[in-house]
Design a protein. Structure first.
Length: 93
C-alpha cells in the first residue's frame, strides 16, 4: 500500500448554497498545505472555494501511479468529483 494525502473542495455560491467541487491529492502534506494556503481558498465574496484539512489515505500501487501521473509542477494532482470512483482509496484508522 502507498500513502497519499487528499483534500476535498467545496464551492460556495451566494443564493445557491454549497456543493462538492472535486479534490486534490499529493504525496507531500507540506506541499499540499502550502498550495491550499496560497492558492486553494480563493474567489469572490459571492462565489468561492474552500479546501478541507488534508487527510492521509492508503491506496493501491495502481491508484498511486494514476495520482502521480496527474501531479503538476506545483506537486498537486487535481481531480473532478467523478474521478474518485476510479481510485482505490482506503482511510487509515
Amino acid at each position: 500500500m502507498e500513502k497519499v494525502w487528499i483534500s476535498y473542495c467545496t464551492e460556495y455560491e451566494a443564493g445557491w448554497g454549497q456543493r462538492p467541487d472535486g479534490f486534490i491529492m499529493s504525496e507531500d502534506r507540506v506541499v499540499m498545505m502550502e498550495w491550499i494556503l496560497l492558492k486553494g481558498n480563493t474567489g469572490e465574496p459571492d462565489y468561492y472555494w474552500r479546501y478541507d484539512t488534508p487527510k492521509e489515505v492508503q491506496c493501491s500501487q495502481e491508484t498511486y501511479d494514476k495520482v502521480m501521473k496527474k501531479v503538476g509542477e506545483d506537486g498537486i494532482a487535481h481531480f473532478e468529483n467523478g474521478d474518485k470512483i476510479d481510485l482505490e482509496l482506503f482511510t487509515k484508522f
